[in-house]
Design a binder for this molecule. Structure first.
Ligand SMILES: Nc1ncnc2c1ncn2[C@@H]1O[C@H](COP(=O)(O)OP(=O)(O)O)[C@@H](O)[C@H]1O
Ligand SMILES: [Mg+2]
Length: 286
C-alpha cells in the first residue's frame, strides 16, 4: 500500500485512537498440599520456606545469543539499536505502553489481513523492545496454531505443543521459557488444525488468566493467525484487551484493512495499524 493509500484509509474509516505506525523494512531479515490435621499450626509454619519462589523466576532461562542470531540472519532488529527499524519498534513500544497504561490494559493481540504481512516479525521485535523496559515483565505467546512462527523467528526450540499448556495438561513452568530475564515466551513446536477449538476451549481462558496473575506480567503479546483467513483470531478476541493490526506496506490493500476492521469491530478495541515493510518516505522517523 502506498503512503497515500494508507493515509486515505485512515481518513476514511480508521478509529480516532488508531495508532498509525510504520515499521521500516529492516532489510536484515533484518499450591500447597493441605496440611495434615494432626500437624499443629506452629509446626506447619516451621516447615514452610519464608517465601515461596516467584513463579516468574521458576520459568527456565535459556541462552539467547545475539551473535548467533545475526549469523542465522534472523529478522531481529534489537541488535542494531541505531537502525531505523529498531528505533521504529522502540517508538511503537512507547506509544503502545502509553495507551495500555492509560486504559489499564495488558493483553495485546497481533494479527494481519493475510499470512506473510509480518505479524510474527512485529510481535517478536516488539516483545524484545518491551523487554528492555527496566523492571518490566513481558510475555509473548505464539497463538498461531496454523503456522507457529515465533520459535523460528527467535532462533529457539519450543519445548512442546502449546495446546497441552492451554488445555491445562502441561504446567506453565514446563512450557514457558525466558530468553531474557524480563521476557517469557510460550512457543509452539507444531501446527495444530484444531486451532479454533483450542482457543475457544473452556480451559484456555482460565489458564491464561492464571498465567497473567502468577507471572505478574506487565504486558502480554499474542501472535495470532491472519484475521481474514481463519476464525481462530475471532475465537481468541475475548481474551485480549486490544488488537494491533499489521499491514504489509507492499501488499495490503485498503479494502483488506477495512474488512479486518469490520471483523474486529464489536469484539475488541483496535489499538492501531502498524505499517510493516514501509518505504523510507512512510517512516514517522523521517
Ligand atoms: N520489515 C521486515 N523486514 C525484514 N523482514 C521481514 C519484515 N517483515 C517480515 N519479514 C519477514 O517476512 C517473512 C514473513 O513474516 P512473518 O512475520 O512470519 O509474517 P506473518 O506472521 O504475518 O505470517 C518472515 O521471514 C519475516 O522475517
Ligand atoms: Mg506468523
Amino acid at each position: 500500500m502506498s503512503e497515500q493509500g494508507f493515509k486515505r484509509f485512515r481518513r476514511r474509516g480508521a478509529p480516532a485512537d488508531t495508532m498509525p505506525f510504520a515499521a521500516e523494512d529492516g532489510g536484515r531479515q533484518p499450591a500447597m498440599a493441605p496440611l495434615a490435621a494432626t500437624v499443629s499450626a506452629a509446626a506447619a509454619s516451621a516447615q514452610l520456606p519464608a517465601t515461596l519462589p516467584d513463579p516468574w523466576d521458576r520459568i527456565r532461562q535459556v541462552p539467547f545469543d545475539a551473535a548467533a542470531q545475526a549469523q542465522a540472519r534472523l529478522p531481529l532488529v534489537s541488535r542494531f539499536r541505531a537502525d531505523p527499524a529498531a528505533k521504529s519498534f522502540d517508538l511503537l513500544r512507547t506509544r503502545l505502553l502509553h495507551t495500555l497504561k492509560a486504559r489499564g490494559w495488558k493483553r495485546v493481540a497481533l494479527t494481519a489481513p493475510a499470512a506473510g504481512c509480518g505479524a510474527t516479525f512485529t510481535a517478536v521485535n516488539l516483545a524484545l523492545s518491551l523487554a528492555r523496559v527496566p523492571d518490566s515483565r513481558t510475555v509473548l505467546m505464539d497463538m498461531n496454531f496454523r503456522r507457529p512462527g515465533a520459535a523460528r523467528a527467535l532462533g529457539m526450540t519450543a519445548p512442546g505443543q502449546l495446546a497441552g499448556f492451554l488445555s491445562g495438561r502441561v504446567q506453565m513452568e514446563d512450557q514457558l521459557l525466558r530468553p531474557l530475564p524480563s521476557l517469557a515466551v510460550g512457543l509452539n513446536s507444531a501446527a495444530d488444525q484444531d486451532a479454533a477449538e483450542i482457543l475457544h476451549g473452556r480451559s484456555c481462558a482460565g489458564v491464561l488468566e492464571d498465567m497473567m496473575l502468577r507471572l505478574g506480567a506487565d504486558t502480554a503479546l499474542f501472535d495470532l493467525p491472519p484475521v481474514l483467513e481463519h476464525d481462530d483470531t475471532a475465537a481468541f478476541l475475548p481474551q485480549v484487551d486490544g488488537v494491533l493490526l499489521i499491514a504489509d506496506g507492499t501488499s495490503t490493500t485498503a479494502a483488506q484493512l477495512a474488512a479486518c476492521e469490520k471483523m474486529l469491530a464489536g469484539h475488541t478495541q483496535m489499538l492501531g495499524v502498524v505499517l510493516n515493510r514501509a518505504r523510507k518516505a512512510d517512516s514517522p522517523l523521517n
